[in-house]
Each structure stands twice: as structure tokens, then as C-alpha cells.
Write a protein that binds this ligand. Structure first.
Ligand SMILES: CCCCCCCCCCCCC/C=C/[C@@H](O)[C@H](COP(=O)(O)O)NC(=O)CCCCCCCCCCCCCCC
Length: 216
């Protein structure tokens, strides 16, 4: 990703721009860009401290599964989420009801990231509309409870709750984003959110159409 390979130069705008570039003209979601977006987010999360490492480890391993498919012999089939779904379903490479021969199918792996994208969308929307004295930990927990938490067992929810308490306050959080003064952060979020939401919705509709929203 141009310009954001160095932690010092990290800017969240560039990361969110990558999500903007995910959608092709005919509304397909490009996996390389989707995965690059997640990489940038993970880098941002790592810069917030090591309490988040259990979260980033899981995200990194899912990102790696997708990268391996892209680099594998059927890489072309994994160019977009749409082509992946078609390919994996037609070739019967997905465990549909319970985990079996394909515990790391592209479809189920991407579904985990997709659910996390819903968390991101809700969290960024809260950040965007928050007052200067709002608590990031509360915004993050609310977004999580409304989305990802519903798919996580108690122990993961508990650990996530502990990690959220370690989030820096809104002012510091905005500084780490490295986008500029708070008004600029808010404006940047306003630009980025509709596109992130669109990527989310296109994926959600595709998964719903193929009955893949509950893949084990
Ligand atoms: C900045 C604060 C970061 C808060 C992150 C909120 C998300 C909390 C997720 C907690 C996940 C705990 C780790 C374990 C997950 C897995 O059990 C679970 C299920 O996987 P399985 O079916 O293979 O077993 N995995 C998942 O649900 C995928 C989780 C992926 C999480 C990616 C989070 C990346 C966060 C990027 C933060 C960027 C913030 C930018 C805001 C300006």
C-alpha cells in the first residue's frame, strides 16, 4: 500500500481509501484490496498496544488464508468475493452445515472479516458523531455488542471487553489516526463510511443470496 508501509508514516485515511478501492464498476469486491485494507487496520491496532495482539493474531491468520488462496494455483478464482463464492460453491469446497473437510474455506474465512467490517462501520460511525468527551472504549464496546459479539463465545467476549478498556481516549485516538485536527478526522470518516458501508452491503447481499451467512 503506497505511503503506509512505515509505522511512523501511518495515516488512517490511506487505509480507509483502500476499502474505497475495493469495488469494481460492476460492484464486485476485489479481494487483494479488501485484504490490504485489513492489513492496514491491523497495523493501526498494533500501534495501540500489545493488549490487542490476540485480536490482531486472529485477523492476521485470516488475512493470510486469503493471501494464500490468491497466491495458489487457483488464485484467479479468488480475484473477487463474487468469483470466490461461485468457484468454492461449484467445486464443493465449503463446509455448509458443520466443520469438516474445509475448515478454512475462503467463504468462511472471509465471512469472519466481513462480520468484523460491520463492527468497524458501527465504531467509525460512533467516532464520527461523538462528542469531545465521549469514551472510545464505550463506543467500541457498543459497536462490538451490536455486531461481532453475537458470533463470539463468552470467553472471547470477555477478553475483548478487557482489551477495549485499554483504548486511549478520543483525543489520543484521533492523533494516532494521523489525519489532522479532529474536524478533519470527522470529515474523513464522513467520506470513508459510505464506501465501507457499500462494500459491507454488497458482501452481505451476496452471502445472503447464497445462504452463507452462518457458515461454521
Ligand atoms: C481499535 C480497537 C480494536 C478493537 C477490535 C474489535 C474487534 C474485537 C474482536 C475480538 C476478536 C477476538 C479474537 C478471536 C476471534 C475468533 O474467535 C473469531 C472467530 O474466528 P473462528 O471462527 O475462525 O474461530 N474471529 C473473528 O471474529 C475475526 C475477528 C477479526 C477482528 C479484526 C479486528 C481488526 C480491528 C482493526 C481496528 C482498526 C480500528 C480503526 C478505527 C479507527
Amino acid at each position: 500500500m503506497a505511503g503506509s508501509t512505515d509505522d511512523q508514516e501511518f495515516c488512517l485515511r490511506e487505509v480507509l481509501d483502500v476499502f474505497k478501492s475495493c469495488l469494481t464498476e460492476n460492484k464486485e469486491v476485489v479481494i487483494d484490496n479488501y485484504v490490504a485494507g485489513w492489513r492496514g487496520l491491523v497495523r493501526f491496532m498494533n500501534s495501540l498496544g500489545s493488549v490487542f495482539s490476540f485480536i490482531s493474531k486472529d485477523a492476521v491468520s485470516k488475512i493470510q488464508v486469503m493471501v494464500n488462496y490468491r497466491n495458489g494455483k487457483n488464485g484467479e478464482q479468488y480475484a473477487t468475493i463474487q468469483s470466490m463464492v461461485t468457484y468454492e460453491l461449484e467445486s464443493e469446497l465449503v463446509d455448509l452445515a458443520k466443520r469438516g473437510s474445509f475448515p478454512e474455506s475462503g467463504c468462511r474465512t472471509l465471512l469472519r472479516l466481513h462480520r468484523a467490517l460491520r463492527w468497524l462501520q458501527l465504531f467509525l460511525e460512533r467516532l464520527r458523531t461523538s462528542a469531545a468527551d465521549s469514551k472510545t472504549s464505550v463506543m467500541c464496546a457498543d459497536a462490538y455488542n451490536e455486531s461481532l459479539a453475537q458470533h463470539h463465545p463468552w470467553i472471547v467476549r470477555k477478553a475483548a471487553g478487557v482489551a477495549f478498556c485499554a483504548l486511549p481516549g478520543r483525543a489520543t485516538f484521533f492523533e494516532v489516526m494521523n489525519v489532522g485536527p479532529p474536524e478533519q478526522v470527522v470529515a474523513m470518516l464522513g467520506d470513508a463510511l459510505p464506501l465501507i458501508s457499500e462494500v459491507y452491503q454488497v458482501t452481505e447481499d451476496l452471502y445472503a443470496k447464497h445462504n452463507l451467512l452462518n457458515l461454521p
